[in-house]
Write a protein that binds this ligand. Structure first.
Ligand code: IPE
Ligand code: IPE
Ligand code: MG
Length: 241
C-alpha cells in the first residue's frame, strides 16, 4: 500500500519497537498501571498492520525485559497473564494475515509454563507464514542474550581465534533476524534499556513523544518518514553521485 511521503523502495526491512509508557498513560487517567498494559494491545495490533501496509519484513517488539522482574509482584503476574491471553486471542488473526510469530528471550524459570506453551503454539501455528515476521521479545535482555551466546560458543568448543562477529550473530536467540534498520521507542525516554544491544549497532533511533497505548500506524509512518530523511553511513563517508 502506498503511504504519502514514504518511498516504497526504501522502507526499513526491520523495525524494532520499545513499547514504553503504559504505566504513565494509565496514571494520567487515574487508572491502574495494568490498565495501561491492556490498552497497549490495540497499539501493537495497529502498528503491526502499519508494518503490513508498508511491506516491512520484520517487526520486533519489546514486551518484557529481564529487568522487568523487579516490578511489583501483581504487575509481573498481570503481565504474564496478559501476554498469554493476548497470544490466545490474537494469534488466529495474525495467522490469517500471513504473519510469522517468533519469540526471543531467556525463557527463565520465572516464566509460567502456560505462557511458554502459548508461545510455542503460536510459533508452530505461524511458522510457514511468509508475510512478515513479528518477533516478541519476552524475558529478553540484550546482555543476557550475549551471555547466552558466549556460553553456547564455549560449549561448542570453538577455538578463540575462530570466533568472529558472524559466530556471535549465529548464536543469538534468532540467527535469522536481520539487524533493525529503525528503532522506535515511545514515551519520550531516550535510552535503549538493554534492548537488542548487538543488533542495534547501526540502527537509526527515533523517540516519538507518544505513550505506547496511543501509538497508531500514523506514528509508525512518521518514524519511517524521519528514517528516510536520515543518511546512513555505517562508518563510511557520504557518497556524492
Ligand atoms: C512499558 O510500559 C511496558 C512494559 C515495560 C512491560 P511501562 O510499564 O514501562 O510504562 P511507564 O514507563 O511506567 O510509563
Ligand atoms: C523497556 O521499558 C522494557 C519494555 C518496554 C518491555 P522499561 O520501562 O522497563 O525501561 P526503563 O526502566 O524505563 O529503562
Ligand atoms: Mg517504562
Amino acid at each position: 500500500m502506498a503511504v504519502e511521503g514514504i518511498d516504497p523502495a526504501r522502507v526499513p526491512r526491520h523495525i524494532a519497537a520499545v513499547m514504553d509508557g503504559n504505566g504513565r498513560w494509565a496514571e494520567r487517567r487515574g487508572l491502574k498501571r495494568t490498565e495501561g498494559h491492556a490498552a497497549g494491545e490495540e497499539a501493537l495490533l495497529d502498528a503491526t498492520n502499519g508494518c503490513l501496509d508498508l511491506g516491512v519484513e520484520w517487526f520486533t517488539v519489546y514486551a518484557f525485559s529481564t529487568e522487568n522482574w523487579k516490578r511489583p509482584t501483581d504487575e509481573v503476574r498481570y503481565l504474564m497473564g496478559f501476554n498469554e491471553s493476548l497470544l490466545l486471542r490474537r494469534r488466529d488473526e495474525l495467522h490469517e494475515k500471513n504473519v510469522r510469530m517468533r519469540f526471543i528471550g531467556r525463557r527463565g524459570w520465572r516464566v509460567p509454563k502456560r505462557v511458554l506453551r502459548r508461545m510455542d503454539e503460536s510459533l508452530e501455528l505461524t511458522q510457514h507464514n511468509t508475510g512478515m515476521t513479528l518477533t516478541i521479545a519476552f524475558d529478553y535482555g540484550g546482555r543476557a542474550e550475549l551471555v547466552d551466546a558466549v556460553r553456547a560458543i564455549v560449549e561448542e568448543g570453538v577455538p578463540a581465534d575462530k570466533i568472529t562477529e558472524k559466530t556471535i550473530a549465529r548464536h543469538l536467540y534468532d540467527p535469522d533476524m536481520p539487524d533493525p534498520d529503525l528503532m522506535i521507542r515511545t514515551s519520550g525516554e531516550q535510552r535503549i534499556s538493554n534492548y537488542l544491544l548487538w543488533q542495534l549497532a547501526y540502527s537509526e533511533l527515533t523517540f516519538p513523544d507518544v505513550l505506547w497505548p496511543d501509538f497508531r500506524r500514523e506514528h509508525l509512518f512518521d518514524a519511517v518518514r524521519e528514517y528516510q530523511e536520515r543518511q546512513r553511513r555505517f562508518g563510511g563517508v557520504e557518497r556524492s553521485s
